[in-house]
Design a protein around this ligand. Structure first.
Ligand SMILES: Nc1ncnc2c1ncn2[C@@H]1O[C@H](COP(=O)(O)OP(=O)(O)OP(=O)(O)O)[C@@H](O)[C@H]1O
Length: 361
């Protein structure tokens, strides 16, 4: 377990960045401990790349109250003198150099003698299982191998923080999954702080110690992957985390961490309250994962419905139920879809449903 109380390797406080009239970052703060894998997650245009560019020094922020890398303030420090390196999606390798020359390049421009630089580069290549291809031309490598060269080239200079801008985005699904595991392994071996950008919630949940979910230049939610997965704080976060069903209603009762909400049309259901300060009577939403829903008997926590469609998908069956609160998507993994095709009741465990303030979409 990482010591999150140690002095952070990266500290950004209250950064604002505007491109003319567009506010790309609006008072964002974040930090990462030594050896932490921090992921910045968000859809296109949410400000992820801008955040990385501000950290690396490629962009001068409109304002920032603190920006520290490796314990030192880097406000006003040029990109080349910051103790961080960026790995890009398009690798940005030099096509006219061999693999090992590419990796040694960063050391050479730091005036490391050629012999030492090549030795260090070989060691970095061994870490990404490419030592046998050190003398190849970049054009003779596959996409995954190129990305490994880019990684070796970035870590060889031992930055305090490694920034990764959607580094696996150009790879196909299978290779991407393999590379996710390799990256995690490398990060642990090096005990290096990684700040990783992605728009894939699956990637963020798989790889990270902590996830920062961004929306319109602000942080919507941050926490450990499981926290975001099980406790989204808003409709946006729930939607991003893959909750298939989000229904609106009004909080009518609260009993400790359990809330009861009226969805209209006589449907009153229960779930866990994300926030302790939701007042009875306030507009709320309840989020439900399709695979956590199942048929229940009369009176069980849930809602009556009629089956609208049932699609067999091999490992599971997707069912859509029509209810007074709208359509509900269910996923049955057992090949045992609901038997009663005319009328039924869909239910869930209170702890499997999350209730949060209705808020904006
Ligand atoms: N050079 C620029 N000039 C003007 N606006 C920009 C510039 N770069 C980014 N923006 C705007 O700033 C906002 C944030 O962009 P940014 O690239 O940081 O988002 P992102 O989350 O990285 O998106 P993506 O996943 O598509 O890369 C967007 O509205 C974008 O259009």
């Amino acid at each position: 377990m990482k010591d999150m109380n140690a002095e952070p390797m990266l500290e950004v406080r209250d950064v604002v960045h505007k491109y003319g009239p567009v506010t790309a970052l609006s008072h964002v703060s974040l930090s990462a401990a030594k050896g932490e894998f921090l992921t910045i997650l968000g859809s296109s245009g949410s400000g992820k790349t801008t955040m990385l560019r501000v950290i690396s020094g490629l962009e001068t922020p409109t304002s920032v109250s603190c920006l520290r890398i490796g314990g030192e303030s880097v406000v006003g420090v040029p990109a080349a003198r910051r103790r961080c390196t960026t790995v890009f999606q398009n690798y940005a390798l030099f096509p006219h150099m061999t693999v090992v020359e590419n990796v040694a390049y960063g050391l050479k421009i730091r005036k490391v003698p050629t012999g030492d630089a090549l030795k260090e580069a070989q060691r970095a290549l061994a870490m990404v299982q490419l030592e046998a291809k050190a003398d190849r031309n970049i054009r003779q490598l596959s996409g995954g191998e190129r990305q490994r060269v880019a990684l070796a080239r970035a870590v060889v200079t031992k930055p305090a923080v490694l920034l990764l801008d959607e580094p696996l985005g150009a790879l196909d699904e299978r290779l991407r999954q393999d590379m996710q595991l390799e990256l995690m392994d490398l990060q642990r071996k090096l005990d290096m702080t990684f700040v990783y950008i992605t728009h894939s919630q699956e990637e963020a949940l798989t790889m990270s110690d902590r996830v920062v979910l961004m929306r319109h230049g602000r942080i919507e939610q941050s926490g450990e992957p499981l926290d975001l997965f099980d406790h989204p704080v808003s409709r946006f976060a729930a939607d991003f985390m893959g909750y298939e069903n989000i229904l609106d209603g009004r909080l009518v009762r609260r009993d400790g961490a359990v809330g009861e909400i009226d969805l209209g049309g006589g449907a009153v259901v229960r779930g866990k309250l994300i926030s302790t300060d939701l007042a009875v009577g306030s507009p709320v939403s309840i989020a439900l994962r399709a695979e956590r829903l199942s048929p229940v008997g009369p009176g069980g926590n849930g809602i009556d419905g009629t089956m609208k469609s049932k699609v067999y998908r091999g490992k599971y069956t997707d069912i859509v139920m029509e209810t007074v609160a709208g359509a509900l998507r269910m996923r049955s993994w057992h090949g045992a879809p609901m038997e009663n095709e005319t009328a039924s009741r869909v239910g869930w465990k209170e702890t499997d449903a999350v209730i949060f303030a209705k808020g904006s979409v």
